[in-house]
Design a protein around this ligand. Structure first.
Ligand code: ADP
Ligand code: MG
Length: 257
């Protein structure tokens, strides 16, 4: 039976009025990281999130795969109700691949083990199956010749490739990138952005926090500007970069260009 239009329109990511506060250091007021965020990301959409430091970008991504709990509001990602306490978080995190600024690889595991282990633990794949899949993804991201290297023996760019392979090997429905190129030497940045661009062109649903405005302009279907824990303005890249209506957006863009 063909899918109904309603089923097709179902967003891969949906947040409603998501609020998150943290205990403020030294004071009794709480710091508001997310001030009621509504976000919808549809199948195969690439959303780039920009905004000043402390505006809540990382917290937003982290709430999407349950790395942070929320104070209130609801989140559904890849058909799983993240804000429901009964949600199977390891399974959610397998469906929602996340790539961090500092790679977050297992330091005492080789590249191959880094990509194979989560598959065995969360997806229940056998060692040989997980390693075969791991090799295919290490090859795909161009580091299969580093399979037996430990993270400390790899460049930043290679470590990030392993981290991307690790996420992809779980066959995620959506990928989250939090400043995936910010910690890399400049000559490593382009290769990682190219990989992300490839994933986008293959139809991966992606939410990308980045300061790479060229990437945002070329690859994003939609650019979201966050400030003070909220979405201030959003639109197609050319709309936002060339015709921002909000003064805060314009000020931010003028600082980074
Ligand atoms: P961004 O990624 O846009 O720089 P973050 O989401 O990291 O912003 O942070 C949003 C706000 O939440 C900031 O004020 C930050 O200090 C605060 N914050 C984030 N994580 C924590 C934490 N674990 N403990 C306390 N405060 C935090
Ligand atoms: Mg951040």
């Amino acid at each position: 039976m063909p899918a109904t239009p309603a089923a097709i329109a179902e967003p891969v990511i949906q947040t409603r009025q998501v609020r998150k506060t943290f205990a403020a250091v030294g004071g009794h007021d709480r710091c508001v990281a997310l001030a009621g965020v509504d976000l919808d990301v549809t199948q195969s959409e690439v959303v780039v999130i920009i905004g000043p430091s402390g505006s809540g970008k990382s917290t937003l991504l982290r709430t999407l795969n349950g790395l942070e709990t929320v104070d209130s509001g609801t989140i559904t990602v890849a058909g799983r109700k993240v804000t429901d306490q009964r949600t199977d978080l390891p399974a959610l995190r397998a469906d929602v691949g996340m790539v961090f600024q500092h790679f977050n690889l297992f330091l005492h595991k080789t590249a191959l083990e880094n990509v194979a282990l989560p598959q065995r633990i969360v997806r229940g794949r056998s060692r040989s199956q997980a390693e075969e899949i791991a090799m295919s993804f290490l090859k795909r991201v161009g580091v299969d010749d580093r399979r037996d290297h430990y993270p400390s023996q790899l460049s930043g760019g290679q470590q990030q490739r392993v981290a991307i392979a690790r996420a992809l090997a779980m066959h995620p429905q959506v990928m989250l990138f939090d400043e995936a190129t910010s910690a890399l030497d400049p000559e490593m940045v382009g290769g990682i952005l190219d990989l992300m661009r490839e994933l986008a062109s293959e139809g991966m649903t992606m939410a990308v926090v980045t300061h790479e405005m060229g990437f945002a302009r070329d690859v994003a279907d939609r650019v979201i500007f966050m400030d003070g824990g909220g979405i201030v303005e959003q639109g197609a890249p050319e709309e936002l970069f060339d015709g921002a209506r909000n003064a805060r957006t314009r000020q931010f863009l003028s600082q980074i260009h």
